[in-house]
Design a protein around this ligand. Structure first.
Ligand SMILES: *[C@@H]1O[C@H](CO)[C@@H](O)[C@H](O)[C@H]1NC(C)=O
Ligand SMILES: *[C@@H]1O[C@H](CO)[C@@H](O)[C@H](O)[C@H]1NC(C)=O
Ligand SMILES: *[C@@H]1O[C@H](CO)[C@@H](O)[C@H](O)[C@H]1NC(C)=O
Ligand SMILES: *[C@@H]1O[C@H](CO)[C@@H](O)[C@H](O)[C@H]1NC(C)=O
Ligand SMILES: *[C@@H]1O[C@H](CO)[C@@H](O)[C@H](O)[C@H]1NC(C)=O
Ligand SMILES: *[C@@H]1O[C@H](CO)[C@@H](O)[C@H](O)[C@H]1NC(C)=O
Ligand SMILES: *[C@@H]1O[C@H](CO)[C@@H](O)[C@H](O)[C@H]1NC(C)=O
Ligand SMILES: *[C@@H]1O[C@H](CO)[C@@H](O)[C@H](O)[C@H]1NC(C)=O
Ligand SMILES: *[C@@H]1O[C@H](CO)[C@@H](O)[C@H](O)[C@H]1NC(C)=O
Ligand SMILES: *[C@@H]1O[C@H](CO)[C@@H](O)[C@H](O)[C@H]1NC(C)=O
Ligand SMILES: CC(=O)N[C@H]1CO[C@H](CO)[C@@H](O)[C@@H]1O
Length: 524
């Protein structure tokens, strides 16, 4: 291993010298020189740093019409067939200031969309970066209809193919193999990262998987079941949008002091057993309050979901996440990803009605497991044994994917591998990010370098650089320092910082000191 690394580093140094002078010409020529199995190279293009690239052919539902490129890169776009009826569009961005590192980005939702902003972030940090379209274009799941090969691309093959091809292109371009290989993704991107750790344990040295959509079929059942709880907006069980801020405040009233300090952020929502009956309207009162029936809806929303046989389908929505959930999954409309997944991947029936979703559907989808998408294997020993490192993180105010599922998976791996946290620590660490919504945003110190944004590049405060330090310098992160900027704008200054704890520890205020300072909190 060591000698291999030294040779790779030496080759990498030589390649840098050769490339330094003729980067542009080499980039122009590379398209015609590449030989990619099952691939068609569309073009290679030198893009100077600062360019605002536009993507006129890119599906409009992806809502990514342009991207500013931070550093000089060689951009290579291609198509790779994955079967006789499916394939991926992908891009490889190769920075002039290459660190020797390779990185794959992931996707989101049911898309269909190369995440150019993540590619820009990581080429800016010197990674040779790939991004793929997950086997189809756009945000809907319509492409799964009558085509299980597209489902397979979505479940694992797009990322896997992108990595195999991207590493080859990077090698061909720089004339040297990469030194270390990384992954960065959130949501569906988090699931894709875990899928690679589980099924292709030798393609990455370090995987950063945020808010992972694993247990995917069950997650999709859970997301869809809220519509069957709330009903449409005119149902007596429905909770109107105007009530979510009121409910959020009531939850804070009941639970915000559990961590020792009332700042609108629950450091451990697991400890919050919210009692919705406190909001039931008194006689003659109809404002900012709930009927008993609505309180029952709320009670069910904050309860785990069980199947026909009593087995757990998916954990509860965590209290604190209701403002985002109110907009995304509790809005009185069927959840679009659930509708698409069941229509096009599970039942292959465009007329399937999401209002009919029930426990028999949950069980059927979990058993069918289209494309092997569940991503719930608990034995990560192959990944561990070849030195792989896994960091997961999850916002504790995630109103789309319950963060309880990330703890559930961590504990499942612990039981499956028969390892306590002290042993998992050698290759797998999970950080709970208080006050963070789905992948980003929220009232907490949510900037942790998980994506483009304004977090520091210090490994103590940037989860990607923490991973690089872990893989390359063997220093594992004990906490992740999160930053909250005033109005989420860097130029307005830092509002506060908090060192997010490694699961299963949780943050508790020390009862003294400035609560905006990380030193005033302890992981216990
Ligand atoms: C990049 O170009 C697009 C399309 O012309 C434009 O809408 C966008 O504002 C530009 N971005 C920047 C940062 O200039
Ligand atoms: C190319 O595609 C064929 C058929 O889809 C497949 O059998 C083969 O494994 C692919 N080759 C590579 C290198 O992926
Ligand atoms: C595509 O390949 C499958 C086997 O993977 C085969 O059954 C099918 O006939 C092929 N379809 C076409 C159109 O070639
Ligand atoms: C996706 O879009 C690209 C253009 O950006 C196009 O070349 C490709 O054929 C499309 N793929 C599919 C599966 O429609
Ligand atoms: C763009 O994406 C939408 C939503 O996924 C899809 O319905 C449409 O067919 C796509 N358009 C093209 C040209 O691929
Ligand atoms: C809700 O509205 C739908 C039409 O949008 C109607 O069919 C249904 O009867 C209404 N239900 C109630 C309880 O008013
Ligand atoms: C109505 O009930 C809510 C929830 O208990 C309470 O906050 C509010 O003060 C009540 N309003 C009146 C006028 O009693
Ligand atoms: C998914 O739900 C089924 C019940 O529908 C359950 O038996 C199974 O254990 C669940 N799987 C996961 C990964 O949660
Ligand atoms: C690894 O350690 C060396 C020596 O202390 C240092 O120069 C380098 O920046 C470190 N790299 C990372 C990624 O932390
Ligand atoms: C932050 O945003 C709020 C609401 O938009 C605004 O009232 C406030 O002035 C902003 N603060 C600063 C320092 O810009
Ligand atoms: C200075 C600054 O605030 N820069 C960026 C912070 O991150 C957002 C995206 O998360 C960018 O839009 C800002 O330009």
């Amino acid at each position: 291993m060591r000698i291999g690394s030294i040779i790779a580093l030496a080759a990498f140094g030589a390649a840098r010298l050769v490339l330094a002078n003729n980067f542009e010409a080499h980039c122009r020529d590379i398209a015609s020189q590449l030989d990619v199995a099952n691939g068609t190279v569309w073009f290679s293009q030198y893009v100077p740093g600062g360019t605002n690239l536009t993507f006129p052919d890119y599906n409009v539902t992806c809502a990514r019409p342009s991207q500013v490129i931070p550093k000089d890169i060689c951009r290579i776009a291609l198509y790779v067939a994955t079967s006789n009826r499916s394939g991926i569009s992908m891009e490889t961005w190769l920075p002039r200031d290459w660190t020797g590192r390779f990185l794959s980005t992931g996707n989101g939702g049911l898309g269909g969309c190369i995440q150019y902003e993540d590619m820009a972030y990581t080429v800016g940090l010197g990674f040779a970066t790939v991004g793929g379209n997950n086997g189809h274009n756009g945000t809907s799941g319509g492409a799964f209809y009558n085509n299980p090969d597209v489902v397979q691309d979505f479940a694992w093959r797009s990322v896997y193919t992108g990595v195999v091809v991207g590493k080859q292109i990077s090698h061909d371009f720089y004339g040297a193999p990469h030194t270390k290989s990384y992954y960065l993704g959130c949501s569906t991107g988090g699931r894709q990262g875990l899928k690679m750790v589980q099924d292709f344990p030798d393609i990455f040295d370090g995987v950063v998987a945020g808010a992972p959509a694993n247990a995917f079929n069950n997650l999709t059942s859970w997301s869809g079941h809220f519509y069957t709880l709330t009903g449409p907006a005119n149902a007596s069980t429905f909770i109107p949008a105007s009530m979510w801020p009121v409910i959020h405040q009531d939850i804070l009233n009941q639970c915000d002091r559990i961590d020792g300090y009332a700042d609108g952020i629950l450091e451990d929502p697991d400890l919050c057993q919210y009692r919705p009956e406190s909001l039931i309207c008194g006689p003659g009162n109809t404002t900012n309050c709930l009927t008993g029936e609505q309180a029952n809806t709320l009670r069910q929303i904050f309860s785990p979901l069980y199947g026909l046989d009593g087995s757990l389908v998916y954990p509860r929505l965590q209290p604190g996440a209701e403002r985002v959930a109110g907009q995304a999954i509790l809005n009185g409309r069927p959840f679009p990803y659930t509708a698409d997944w069941f229509r096009y991947a599970v039942y292959n029936d465009p007329n399937w009605d999401p209002a009919t979703l029930d426990a028999a559907d949950y069980a059927y989808a979990a058993r069918l497991n289209p494309g092997g998408i569940e991503t719930w294997k608990g034995d990560l020993s192959t990944f561990r044994d070849r030195g792989g490192k896994l960091l997961t993180y999850h916002g504790l105010q995630d109103g789309i994917i319950s963060s309880d599922n990330s703890a559930r998976y961590y504990n499942y791996v612990s039981r499956t591998m028969n390892l306590p946290s002290s042993a998992l620590d050698s290759f797998y660490r999970y950080f709970r990010i208080s006050g963070m919504e789905h992948c980003s945003g929220g009232p907490g110190a949510w900037q942790i370098g998980q994506s483009r944004g304004n977090a520091s590049l210090s490994p103590d405060a940037n989860i990607l650089m923490a991973m690089v330090r872990w893989v390359e310098n063997r220093t594992a992160p004990e906490s992740i320092l999160g930053t909250k900027f005033v109005n989420d704008t860097r130029s307005l200054g830092v509002a506060f910082q908090r060192a997010h704890c490694k699961y299963p520890t949780r943050n508790v205020y020390s009862e003294s000191g400035d609560p905006t300072e990380p030193e005033s909190w302890n992981c216990v």
